[in-house]
Design a protein around this ligand. Structure first.
Ligand SMILES: O=C(O)c1cc(=O)[nH]c(=O)n1[C@@H]1O[C@H](COP(=O)(O)O)[C@@H](O)[C@H]1O
Length: 501
């Protein structure tokens, strides 16, 4: 049920699935006789999914996420004939990259006379993918067949649990049932988008012998949602204290201590092009921010003296120096760029890198500099989601690969440049640009949203703001406004917890 109100990607994915199922005639209304002989005013025909590739793929993504979240260990995926076979194939082949096994309803009378097709060893643990679970009977038959072939099956992942006793019967047999949807969620969705009225709701509940008293309705739009703007994980937010204890990144320790000391989670992007303008702004803004971000390669009179003054200010006013270089080349070229005319590694605490060049061209190079005390560089931010309209970083697989690079190298990758929280790991800090309290976009592809969306809904930690402050007539007043708004958003949940205790 919380999938209808939850504000994370998994919840929005389920809502999009329900919207697509409704649009693809999966939910049929009329007079139907079910397999059990029961009359029903609704028929849920999941086979309609096969005619809509976007629905089939998204359904399999939902099933795959459920398998991953369950942390069940297994070596193969069994598709329960026949309705679940297409889903099992996509889940096994495209998402989870595991062997697919197919259980025949009856052994072939010829050839290998096999009952189970696929690659497996005696004693292997497999999971089942099923489309609809009603009484659980057909699943127990498959589990028995698998057992006779020496396979262990204790976990079933289905699309719809019809709540006709299947879950309980499977549990008695030692089989866990995970379902993307149950009838409660389906009924609440159909009522919420007015696909059924109260009378139809009551007729369905009666015909299907469902145990609901009243119609549940939620604020659910008919329009599909953009899955990439919501947090990828249901893990929930961890307090700054806990994250400070968790992180192995010296840079994050320093940042979190500045955040607590200055009650600030603001990074000011000073995209001015002369050192004088930048240093003047840094002197005024330094006390209110945890980081100052520059683009060294846009500064027309860049000099070593500039960076020395910047380092001096950073030490005195306690902020991080961030050169937003967006490296994206071979490791060798990145190394040359870090030590070249701009000598970035000597004065910047942190830089940005794209993920497009691959982990071998990123991690070893930055690890060499970060582990060398001769350099100030002590972390790197991996660009996982850009704020710009139509950015290719919105390709879900791309973002997931970027997350994987960071997750596996959290001593070097101290944070993401991202639009929403994308990693389970709470010791990675989420830096988010594309924030402006007074405008929605510029004329060159930038997209801006407010602080509440960026921090409270998208679970980011540090707000990167540029022109919202630097183009203002009263930049420091604006800076204080952004700092207060961002800090209140970040600490709101923690303060509410303290108030409740
Ligand atoms: O890496 C960045 O900081 C960055 C990533 C991104 O997706 N979007 C983005 O705007 N940025 C930077 O963040 C700053 C945003 O500035 P404003 O658009 O003026 O708020 C600029 O310096 C951008 O280079």
């Amino acid at each position: 049920m919380n999938a209808l109100i939850g504000r994370t990607r998994p919840d929005a994915l389920q809502r999009n699935l329900l919207r697509k199922m409704l649009a693809s005639q999966v939910f049929k209304f009329g007079e139907f006789t079910l397999k059990s002989g029961q009359k029903s005013p609704i028929y849920i025909d999941l086979r309609e999914c096969f005619g809509h590739s976007d629905l089939l793929i998204l359904m399999s993504e939902g099933l795959s996420s459920m398998v991953t979240e369950s942390r069940v260990e297994y070596s193969g995926i069994v598709g329960v004939p026949y309705g679940a076979l297409p889903h099992a194939s996509v889940v096994a082949g495209l998402y989870l990259q595991k062997p697919l096994l197919i259980v025949r309803k009856e052994a072939k009378a010829y050839g290998t006379k096999k009952l189970i097709e696929g690659l497996y060893q005696q004693g292997d643990r497999v999971i089942l993918v099923e489309d609809v679970v009603t009484t659980g009977g057909s699943i127990l038959e498959v589990v028995e067949t698998l057992k006779n072939e020496g396979l262990v099956a204790t976990d079933v992942f289905c699309i719809l649990d019809r709540e006709q006793g299947g879950r309980e019967r499977l549990k008695e047999a030692g089989v866990n049932l995970y379902s993307l949807f149950n009838m409660e969620t389906v009924m609440a969705f159909l009522a919420s988008v007015n696909a059924i009225n109260d009378q139809q709701w009551a007729e369905i509940v009666k015909a299907l012998n469902l145990k609901y008293e009243t119609v549940s309705r939620f604020e659910v739009s008919k329009e599909e949602e953009d899955l990439n703007v919501l947090p990828f994980t249901n893990a929930g937010r961890t307090s700054l204290q806990e994250r400070e204890a968790l992180t192995t990144s010296p840079l994050n320790h320093k940042i979190i201590s500045f955040m607590k000391k200055k009650s600030s989670n603001l990074c000011l992007a000073i995209d001015y092009t002369t050192t004088e303008q930048i240093l003047q702004m840094v002197e005024k803004a330094g006390p209110f921010v945890v980081a100052i971000k520059v683009h060294s390669d846009i500064i027309t009179d860049f000099s070593e003296s500039f960076t020395q003054q910047l380092v001096q200010l950073a030490n005195n006013l306690e902020f991080i120096i961030f050169d937003d270089r967006k490296f994206a080349d071979t490791g060798n070229t990145t190394k040359l760029q870090l030590t070249g005319p701009f000598k970035i590694a000597e004065w910047a605490d942190v830089v940005t890198t794209h993920a497009v060049q691959g982990v071998d061209s990123i991690v070893p190079v930055f690890r060499e500099f970060i582990n060398n005390p001769a350099y100030r560089l002590s972390g790197v931010l991996l660009i996982a989601q850009l704020s710009t309209k139509g950015s290719l970083t919105n390709i879900h697989e791309y973002t997931k690969k970027a997350v994987q690079i960071a997750d596996e190298n959290r001593d070097i990758v101290s944070g993401f440049i991202t639009q929403t929280r994308i990693s389970e790991f709470s010791d990675i800090l989420n830096w988010t640009p594309g924030v402006n309290l007074d405008a929605k976009n510029d004329s060159t592809g930038q997209q801006w949203r407010g602080v509440e969306q960026a921090i409270e809904i998208q679970q980011n930690d540090i707000v990167i703001v540029g022109r919202g402050v630097t183009s203002s007539k009263e930049p420091i007043q604006q800076l204080k406004r952004y700092r207060q708004t961002a800090w209140e958003s970040l600490t709101k949940e923690e303060n509410e917890k303290i108030d409740h205790n």
